[in-house]
Design a protein around this ligand. Sequence first.
Ligand code: ADP
Length: 188
Amino acid sequence: MIAIYPGSFDPITLGHLDIIERGCQLFERVIVVVFRNPNKTSLFSVEQRTRQIRQSTGHLPNLEVDSFEGLAVTYAKIRQAKVLLRGLRAVSDFELELQMAHTNKTLAADIETIFLATSTEQSFLSSSVVKEIAKFGGPIEHLVPPPVVLDIYQCFAKNKILEERAPIAPPTVQATEGQPIDPSLETL
Ligand code: ADP
């Protein structure tokens, strides 16, 4: 049975990785799908996020990483996946996740959403928490897979340089989908 694990993964955290590793033990094949969401401002482009996930999951032979723009059920149908895998951290996740699961059921009755409860030690962890800490120069090595650590620090270092160059009117610090933060600083 094929399961897809859809999400933003901006960036992948050890919480995501925990769900991925456990999913790989349950299903024949797991496909992590980075969804392109034009309504969300993201730190990393979809291409960067898929690369980060690939680099972090090389030890999982039954895992595939892909990206998609559209509905999760559309992607699942294309790949003949019968399961949408999602993680649950707290009650705060539950309401939205249940709504999405019900909605997806109305769109594709033969596709099931299966939730894995977060591991206790990852229950507080989200991509937003990681970005918040990194923004202020705090340690993130214990929160994200090693290949992601450098990416995040480099990204925020570039943003800091940009802010210092324009102290009066700092530019928007976050990259939009598919665009580097500042092409002229790409080699920094
Ligand atoms: P989305 O924008 O689709 O919520 P995310 O990347 O934030 O994308 O999350 C993808 C999935 O991973 C969601 O089901 C979310 O609940 C789950 N998830 C995120 N962080 C954790 C964690 N620390 N433990 C377990 N599940 C998590």
